[in-house]
Design a protein around this ligand. Structure first.
Ligand SMILES: *[C@@H]1O[C@H](CO)[C@@H](O)[C@H](O)[C@H]1NC(C)=O
Ligand SMILES: *[C@@H]1O[C@H](CO)[C@@H](O)[C@H](O)[C@H]1NC(C)=O
Ligand SMILES: *[C@@H]1O[C@H](CO)[C@@H](O)[C@H](O)[C@H]1NC(C)=O
Ligand SMILES: *[C@@H]1O[C@H](CO)[C@@H](O)[C@H](O)[C@H]1NC(C)=O
Ligand SMILES: *[C@@H]1O[C@H](CO)[C@@H](O)[C@H](O)[C@H]1NC(C)=O
Ligand SMILES: *[C@@H]1O[C@H](CO)[C@@H](O)[C@H](O)[C@H]1NC(C)=O
Length: 389
């Protein structure tokens, strides 16, 4: 029965392949590991895709809360931020720099407000999304109102994170997308956009960015000045790998930094802030700036126990597009059976594409007695895997 398959009409092969590919609909549930491309390519055991492009809850831009205390204490702007899909992965922040301000060159009180994290209805002339996530920072009379959310997972140990994002608004803010470990010294792999401009400059940094003499180490930072405008939508990708952090914008390599690559497990932070200090500059009263995000995708490994609230979900359970991967032990012993890609062959953003199905491939890939449509996809996938289709 081995070779007859090759004589089947190619349309049948295609059908079989499509039937197999359909199994990938649930954002990688069938995948045992996830592969990324490029020079910083790697394999990861877990994958998440969080999509804000068509969220039903929220939509209106919340009015600014002008009282600092109230802005910190306020609750979420919509049900979206109360649902499991959000709360099990992210924590919206409400800390202020009241205590830490004296140790920095901040000139204003900064207050993180849950009121500045919201789903916004798009008015863009683009039907591929009707909403997006917004993080807002605004200068009020007495303080800078800011926005931040942190991952509940604090044990990422290497990841490839991608964000479809843009930054708009006044000078005096910094949009940050970064890994963070509050150790001494702090460890970070950063993407930072300063609204003071210019609009083609994005800064990529490994922290600590100071050398052992306490001086700024230029090897820790790349001031990217690519052919891009951060006020337009771009896909920012950061690969934190064991020996180097690499950054890409719209698939193009923009920075590689091996100096002080973060070593220890860390969390992820997304924020939009300003404190009147020398880094962000000072925003004028009534001004504001926004970080908009259509989607975020992260392929990652974790080290040790899950650092978040609880172990959640059953194997492969889908939660608003986030798929929790379980059974790492099983995967460790068996290796990666179903290899999916975040990049190659991906037709639907956020849905990893099947690259190889090694399940049972040890003995030619199919078992005696399996019906035609049962083993056909296996062979086709095998052919695809070996680059024959
Ligand atoms: C992630 O974990 C898998 C399984 O242990 C391992 O094969 C892979 O190399 C790890 N990836 C990175 C980037 O460390
Ligand atoms: C703070 O919020 C409370 C409850 O909504 C409200 O009664 C109070 O007036 C607010 N304070 C200020 C200073 O705006
Ligand atoms: C990058 O730009 C920042 C902000 O202007 C500047 O402080 C820093 O010295 C620059 N770093 C390098 C390595 O060019
Ligand atoms: C990053 O390193 C890769 C592999 O060496 C190289 O191809 C790429 O051009 C580098 N990117 C930059 C911006 O230097
Ligand atoms: C993606 O689309 C291309 C072109 O239509 C097709 O060849 C490929 O099989 C598709 N990949 C998946 C995973 O569906
Ligand atoms: C991989 O192959 C196995 C064995 O044929 C099959 O049961 C499984 O559904 C396949 N997985 C995918 C994602 O196609």
């Amino acid at each position: 029965m081995s070779l007859t398959i090759l004589k089947l009409p190619s349309s049948l092969l295609l059908l079989a392949f499509l039937a197999t590919a359909n199994a990938q609909k649930q954002n990688g549930e069938e995948c045992t590991c996830f592969r990324t491309n490029g020079h910083s390519s790697g394999y990861f055991t877990s994958h998440r895709f969080h999509d804000f492009r068509n969220v039903q809850s929220g939509g209106d831009i919340p009015d600014l809360i002008t009282d600092a205390t109230n802005s910190s204490l306020v609750g979420a702007t919509s049900d979206f931020f109360l649902g499991d899909a959000w709360t099990s992965d992210w924590t919206i922040q409400s800390w202020t720099n009241a205590d830490s301000r004296a140790d920095s060159d901040a000139t204003v009180l900064m207050v993180n407000s849950p009121n500045n994290v919201y789903i916004e209805t798009s008015t863009d002339n683009d039907s591929s999304y009707s909403t997006y996530l917004t993080l807002r920072t605004a200068r009020l009379a007495d303080f800078q109102s800011a926005a931040e959310f942190d991952s509940t997972e604090q044990n990422f140990h290497h990841l490839s994170a991608r964000f479809l994002a843009r930054v708009t608004g006044s000078a005096g803010a910094c949009a940050g997308l970064f890994t963070y470990l509050s150790s001494s010294p702090v460890q970070e792999a950063d993407i930072e956009i300063l609204t003071s401009g210019p609009r083609n400059r994005v800064q990529y940094t490994n922290q600590p960015s100071l050398n052992k003499h306490g001086d700024v180490e230029t090897k820790a930072t790349v001031n990217g000045t690519q052919d891009l405008d951060w006020s337009e939508w771009n896909i920012y990708r950061m690969d934190w790998m064991p020996k180097m952090t690499s950054w890409y914008v719209n698939g193009i390599s923009v920075a590689n930094i091996s100096y002080h690559t973060p070593k220890d497990p860390a969390g992820l932070i997304i924020n939009m802030w300003g404190d009147g200090g020398s880094w962000t500059g000072e925003m004028e009263e009534f001004d504001r700036a926004m970080l908009n995000i259509q989607w975020m995708e992260v392929a990652f490994n974790v080290s040790g126990d899950y650092g978040g609230k609880s172990k959640r979900g059953v194997d492969g359970e889908e939660r608003m597009g986030w798929v929790e991967r379980r059974g790492l032990e099983k995967r460790k012993s068996k290796g990666c059976e179903v290899v999916c890609s975040l990049d190659e062959d991906v037709n639907v953003t956020g849905t990893p594409a099947l690259l190889y199905n090694n399940t049972g491939m040890g003995v030619l890939g199919w078992k005696e007695g399996t019906g035609a449509m049962g083993w056909l996809p296996v062979l086709v996938v095998g052919l695809v895997g070996f680059g024959w289709l």
